[in-house]
Structure formats: structure tokens, C-alpha cells
Design a protein around this ligand. Sequence first.
Ligand code: ADP
Ligand code: ZN
Ligand code: ZN
Length: 733
Amino acid sequence: MRYRVPVLLHTPAYSQVALALSYLSPTLLAPGTLVRVPLGQRELMGVVWDTPPDPGDSRAASAAPLDPAKLRPIAAVLDGVPPLSANWRKLIDFAAAYYQRAAGEVALAALPPQLRDLSTVQLARRLKRAKTQVQATRNGQAERPQGLIQAAQPLPIFIATSPEQTSAIDQFHANSGPFLLFGATGSGKTEVYMRCTADLLATQGTAQALVMVPEINLTPQLEARFKARFGAQYGEDAVVSLHSGMTPAQRLKSWLAAHSGVARIVLGTRMSVFASMPQLQLIIVDEEHDPSYKSHEGARYSARDLAIYRGRLEGAKVMLGSATPSLESWYHSRPQSEGGRYQRLHMPSRIGGTATQAQDTAALISATLPQVRRVDMNHQPKGCVISPPLLDAIVQRVTRGEQSMVFLNRRGYAPVLSCGDCDWKSSCPHCSAYRVFHKIDRTLRCHHCGFTERVPRACPDCGNLDIAPLGRGTERLEELLAALLADSPRPDGRPVNIVRIDADTTRFKGALESQLAQVHAGEVDVLVGTQMIAKGHDFRRITLVAALNPDNALFSSDFRAPERLFGLLMQAAGRAGRDASQSGHSEMWLQTFHPTHPLFEALKHHDYPAFAESQLHERQQAGMPPFSFQALVRAEARTQEAAQAFLNLARQAAGTLAQAATMLEHITLYPAVPMGIQRVANIERSQMLIESASRLALQRFLSVWQALLHSHRSLPECRGLLRWAIDVDPLLI
Ligand code: ADP
Ligand code: ZN
Ligand code: ZN
């Protein structure tokens, strides 16, 4: 007896095949079983799926039912690895349908690449090793004297929780969620995550928790804290990481540990939302507002949104946490009586402030968070980069031995080089963008395609020797600060030490860590950098944070720009005065031409709720998310005409779709437009926005309209089209 088994595969040639392909097997295989199967000349990894085989399986031509004689047998069954769970398969099916991709692509991208390369025997051996290792660690830990383990911890294991933390934890236990932990920077959210995790592991013998962070490389602190807290009790292997920065071997090891249930806690970036965790009971999404949770290739999924879905699917509690939640999550956590679906847990006070006893929340916040000072640039010397009052404040810090952090969202020396005699500017020949001047190696570098050249000695167009940098990046800012602070010695008499942290200075492995170590050691007086420095790091001695040019985002065409700016500035403010003894005089400085802008008003009062309310009001008026749902189709082609023709023809043809007729009443399809930077590496890019007040209508429309997009590829008007992709719930418009 031979069984016909549906197998989910990913292969670009079959990317239109959304469903599984049929193979033969001598035994019945449970859905979720990992297999290897032949396809053409190749052998691919696949997963036995639940769905009936694809009726449109192109190999079957029109001969339905499929001729069993034409089916090929499964090449190998990875039976050493337990099958992937039904919930995992549902998660994949949901993500694929929602984000308009093939399930095979989503499933195979979620599995560690090394699974493909190892034999069944090798895999079984690794799985066994993972299991015995954890056994050994557990036994070993138990025999060690307790005192030694405690001494090795960087943090005391048992600290008393603050009243706000206690209340958040109690509410977490008493309700089913999902929860939005709205806690100021430094309010001790991580401690709440760890308590909730600890309580779960202690009460449920096999339960697993998934803790997601936006960028694991920026938060080794978190990993250290979780390992310190849980390693001793549950074994070092009970806490594993899962992110794309790991080697294939490490990733496989973590994945097997999670899949076999050996790992009780998985710390990971967005990809970890797909980790196979058969006993998953808790999902935490830290800094849930962070755009890194949205994937920008393959399936453009939001790991935060999938976490909510997965929690419901698995019956696991979900906690999102942020000091500046996404407006979507904020809106979902409005009172239940107004239709809110998430439960908001509020922790307004910083740990260590006089905070916890205070009655008046507003007074309390302003006492512990830095004071916000706006410098009206309309009244400062024309063209000045660092206004005199800000410079004065930085000098004061230096002479007192305190640290300042100055940020500017532009790396390099100057964003463009230009000739004073003719019109020449340092444009990139391959992109519709300027190349940035990097003084350190005297290059012009395109930040979009990477094209790099030495700076010309004279203007390439007219020979003028006097070509000059326009504008300013972090490299030039560092130079300027060094000059301005040259005569302001530190209390120990040594010259001021300025360090720059951005994508250029941290390109080499370990560079970021060593720079951060310098900051922590107090050797750095002024830290200059891009938004990279505003995120997450716990700098204790910083008492001044300055944003030099935050205005751009106020008038951006992207409706989410103010939300991102506010979040960034709140995060940056959160860097100042973390040390309670210094929080009294810590300040956040903003240089702006619009000092009375409501965004800065709200920031001054550290009032995220007020900011969120005004933004939500605007979005409601304008019918923007979260009051509507969006998708973008992006097309890339040799010419802008082809890219736009592809999108516009598909738009016009939407009306001819019989299934779409009633849906179209609820859908707006906007005409195709060139993307903000329309040409990158000689490829023209265009996009089309699709909007609907109904998520379901948008979903249904996209899934029928997709077929049309696939068929339009081959139209003569679209010659030169290279690729296209749908982005559901896009973050950047
Ligand atoms: P958040 O993640 O909300 O910014 P953290 O969890 O990093 O805040 O906490 C800020 C600091 O306060 C950390 O150094 C942490 O160890 C400390 N902390 C947290 N909770 C407590 C507590 N209950 N008692 C004392 N210190 C605490
Ligand atoms: Zn010139
Ligand atoms: Zn370029």
C-alpha cells in the first residue's frame, strides 16, 4: 500500500503554488513531519501538510485526479525530529494567507537552514545531545553550593518589586490578556517580564516562554539578565537565543532545544515568532512599537501582530511592552467599554525616583524624567549647528564630569558635496539620491546602493577646485564638537573625550561593545551618534541628551513620521538621568524652528497619552490606520513606465474580476506613484496603495487580485518588470 502525502515546499519556480505537492510514501506520515523530496533534479526539504494536494499542481497538467504512476516517492523522512505541531502549521497557514505569500515559503523560511543539510542520523544525534546537555547542566547546578551561584550573578536575583510592578504582575495573573505594559523607560518592565516568566516556569513544569526584542545585538544586556536569573535554576541551555546573527549551527541548536521543549525560554528577534515551541504559554514583545518587528523581505509579516494571533491560537498569554506604544496597540488597549481588546498595565514611574510614594503622577514624572528644553532656532545665530545655550549646557556637563549624548539622524560627514561654480552635486549615478561625503577615508558613498568613489580633487564638470560639503552628518558634528570643547577640560584636567557611535563606527564585530564599554566606564564625555544610541542602552551617567534637528519628521509625507519621532525622543530622554542621584538635573534639549508644535509640547510633559490622543484624532479624521487598513504593492522594473504600467493595468483590471465586484465597494485603489527614492542601483521603483475600512474586505480582495498580478507580468506593457511584492499593513509609505 502506498500513501499519497501532501508536502509543503519552497522553491521559487513554484512560488505561485500556494498549496502542497503530492508525493508517495510507503507509510502514512503525520502532518508536521519533516521530509526530503525530489523536485526536478533537486532534493528539497519539505513539511508534510494538512491541506489536500493543490488541484492546480502544474505537474499534474489537467489530468485530475492525479495519476499515481506520475508521483514520486518521498526521498527521506526526518523521523528523529518530532513533527511540527498543528498550531505551528496553523500559524504558518495564517501568516501566508494574511501576508499574501506561499505557505511553503513562510514555513521553510521559519525553519533553520541547517535542517536541510544534515542527515536523519546526524539530526537525531544533535537532538539527543541537546537533551542530555540540559540534563547534565541541571544535575551539575544542583550539586553546586548555592552561594557560589549567587555570587556569580551580576544582579541580585530577588529584588522586591515596586508597587507599580506588583500591580502589573497581579493583573497579569488575574486576567487573560493580551496585555500592553505601558511603562516609562526605567520603570522596570524587564523585571516584570522576568517575574511573569518565573511564575509561569515555576507553576507549570514544561511551559515555555518566548521573549522577543527588536534587535538582539543591541540588547546583550537582556540576554545576560535572563541567563543570570534562570540559568542557575533551569540550566544554561534552558535559555536560548534565536536570531539571524547566529551561525547556522547555533541556530539549529537553539531551534532543536525549543522544538524539543528543552529550552524553557527563547529570546529572539522577529523571526522567533515562528519558533517551534510545543509548550508555549507566554509571549512577551518588548519595545513593541519598534519597526524592526516588521519584516521587509519575503513575507512582510509583523512579528508583533503574529504574536497576538499566535497567543490566541496556542492559549498563551501575550504581553506587549513599551514606553511609547505603537498607536495601533495604544488604540487596541483603550477601555474595554469603548471596544478595547488589550488590557493596559500602567507603570508611569521610574525605579529609584521618590516616585513610588508620590500621589501626584504628573509631579512625580517630572521629578524623575529629564526636563525638556526647547531652543527656538529662529532666535539663534543663523546657520549655527549647536546653539550657544546648548553648547553652554554641554560645557557645564564636561566640567562637572557628567556625560552628554548628542544625536543627529544622518551619518557621514556631509550628505552632499557641491560645486560653488556650476550645478554639480555628488549624485549617485545609479540612484536618485546624493552620495554622502565621508571625510575619514575621503570617499563619496551611496547609502542606497553602496557605490563608493574617492572624492574628486576638482569638480568633475567644470574643474573648479573648490567643492564644498553641504549640510552635516555625525562625522562632521564630532569634528565640530571637538573644536568647540577643546578648551573645556574635564575635572581631572584631561582633554574632553568625544566618541561617535553610528553604522560607520560599529561596522566591525565587537566595535559597538567596546565603545559602549568606554561609555559605561565613564571615559566618554560626549557621545555623538545616530538614533542607534537612543535605543535601549542603560547609560547611567548621562545627564544631557540633545536632538539637533528633529524638525524634518514634523512635516513628512509619511503619516507615521511623528509617531516615530516622538518614540525616538522619548527613548532618548529615557537615556538621561537613569541614575537616581543625577536625575534631578538631567535635561533633554531640542533645537527646533517650531518650538510650540504640539508634539514637542506633549514631549515636554512626557505625556505619551496626550500625544497619542491627538494623533489618533488626526488619523480618525483622515481615515488612516488604525481606523483603516492598508496594503502596498511595490514593483521594480528596468523603467519607471513598466513598473507603473504593471500596477496601473492590474488596478484597472480589478474591476473585471467577478469575485471582486462586491468587494471593490469597500476598497480604494490609488494610482501607482514612484517611490520616495525612485531609482536604486539602476532599478526603478513604483508603488500603489490599497486601502479599506474593512480588514476582511482588503484580505479577500488581495487574495483574488493576486492571480491577476501574476498574469499581468507577461503583458507587453510590463516588459522590464523585475519583481513585485505585496506589503500588508506597511509601515513605511
Ligand atoms: P525598563 O525596561 O522599563 O526601561 P528596566 O527593567 O531596565 O526598565 O529597569 C531599570 C533599572 O531598574 C534596572 O537597572 C533594573 O535592574 C532596576 N530595577 C527594576 N526593578 C527594580 C526593583 N523592583 N527594585 C530595584 N531595582 C529595580
Ligand atoms: Zn563645477
Ligand atoms: Zn546609489
